[in-house]
Design a binder for this molecule. Structure first.
Ligand SMILES: N[C@@H](CCC(=O)N[C@@H](CS)C(=O)NCC(=O)O)C(=O)O
Length: 198
């Protein structure tokens, strides 16, 4: 496949999933470049020219390089408004406001907590007292998010949106911590994504 967009990603990276899901759900065509962490392909001179931080995901759009998952998502949203409108447009101002609130709540109260606990679970890093505090906060917050789904399929609005994509980040951690979480149980299979990963 030869398209203008190329996504560089690594196996198991939730940050990369965010972008990949957005690309697949929006229908934007892209080349997929899987970098091997174990062969340190994300640290080669060639890749560091694309992302000087040596992290995935990174996206090239012709001669434009973008890194940081949220920056990539916002870039795609602004650059390809028609393709991404169905994920970010919402059907009403109320729905758009709700999605924005959930997105910022997620970044303020779940993302860092999930990341700190996840780093400890997978890499044994972090000060234990801090990790424990973050763990408690994460559980409380996940329960609150469970409440959002008690009578709804999605966190915001009635359709699959960009909001659902951001949540992907904590799914891996929350699956371990909170196995019965509605957040985890309610994940709807997305055929485009399953096809690309099978
Ligand atoms: N804040 C970045 C985080 C990216 C990140 O940490 N990616 C990890 C994979 S999950 C990575 O490439 N790590 C390799 C490294 O730091 O050397 C984003 O949102 O894209």
């Amino acid at each position: 496949m030869s398209h203008k967009l190329t996504l560089y990603w690594g196996s198991g990276s939730p940050f990369a999933w965010r972008v990949m899901i957005l690309l697949l759900e929006s229908g934007l065509q892209f080349n997929s470049k899987l970098l091997s962490f174990s062969n340190r392909e994300h640290k080669t001179e060639e890749f560091l020219k694309i992302n000087p931080l040596g992290k995935v995901p990174a996206l090239t759009d012709g001669d434009v390089n973008v890194h940081e998952s949220l920056a990539i998502i916002h870039y795609l949203q602004i650059t390809y408004p028609n393709e991404t409108a169905k994920l970010f447009g919402g059907s009403s101002s109320k729905e758009r406001a709700d999605a924005l609130i959930k997105y910022h709540e997620f970044n303020s109260y779940l993302a860092q907590q999930g990341s700190d606990v996840g780093s400890h679970l997978w890499r044994k890093t972090g000060d234990l007292a801090h990790v424990y505090k973050q763990f408690q906060a994460l559980i409380t917050e996940l329960k609150r998010w469970d409440g959002f789904l008690a009578n709804a399929t999605y966190f915001a609005g009635e359709n699959f949106t960009g909001m659902t994509i951001f949540i992907t980040f904590t799914n891996k951690t929350s699956r371990r911590l909170h196995r019965n979480s509605t957040l985890v149980r309610s994940r709807t299979p997305r055929s485009q994504i399953q096809r690309s990963w099978s």
